[in-house]
Design a protein around this ligand. Structure first.
Ligand SMILES: [Zn+2]
Length: 191
């Protein structure tokens, strides 16, 4: 098993938790494409992986704001699975709690070769007919294409997702954390 990891970060670096995971596990990593949007960046990175890493067996994709937990080490240990992903909560959207998410995933070279035999690369946003509404993210499109070929994405636990929040003091020991109002005591307890 030989794995290349790509971190997706636009003009920034992996967060410090992810940096520690990459360093502690001696992960062979580089930055993914910085192209915009993320569907194009993922496709470009898949093409680069196939072109530059012909002797590698898998690629890992990690968004720079993902915070690994112990379960993510399965990405480095399990040689057999073709598609693995760790669930995470999204930024203002539901994210990928129950469905394949590309923000923290591992894909085998075999899957990529098979998918690239079709007429286009697998990461693609889905829009409505008039193209004024985004219906689905690029991860779900990838999962549908792979599932149609008989692959079954395997979930391997969950990872954290760093999100920016703004805290305002409120009466009664509460904190207004946009867009929620939470009990400050509970927040401290749960740390
Ligand atoms: Zn997605």
């Amino acid at each position: 098993m030989k794995i290349k990891t790509y971190v997706f970060a636009k003009r920034t670096s992996p967060n410090r938790h992810l940096t520690r995971w990459l360093t502690n596990n001696q992960v062979d990593w580089e930055y993914g494409s910085e192209e915009w949007g993320i569907d194009v960046a993922r496709n470009q990175t898949c093409i680069r992986f196939m072109r530059e890493c012909p002797d590698y067996t898998h690629m890992i994709m990690l968004d720079c704001d993902i915070v690994p937990d112990a379960s993510m080490s399965d990405f480095l240990l399990d040689p057999d699975e073709d598609i693995m992903w760790a669930s995470y909560v999204g930024r203002g959207s539901e994210g990928h709690v129950d469905t394949f998410g590309a923000g923290a995933c591992r894909i085998s070279a075999g899957v990529l070769r098979k998918l690239s035999e079709s007429y286009r690369m697998p990461f693609r946003f889905t829009y409505n007919e008039t193209a004024d509404r985004l219906l689905d993210c690029e991860c779900n499109h990838f999962a549908r294409e792979a599932t149609a070929l008989g692959y079954v994405p395997k979930q391997v636990g969950c990872v954290g997702h760093i999100l920016p929040v703004v805290w305002y003091p409120k009466d009664g020991g509460r904190v207004h954390v946009m867009p929620h109002e939470l009990d400050a005591g509970q927040l401290v307890e749960s740390q």
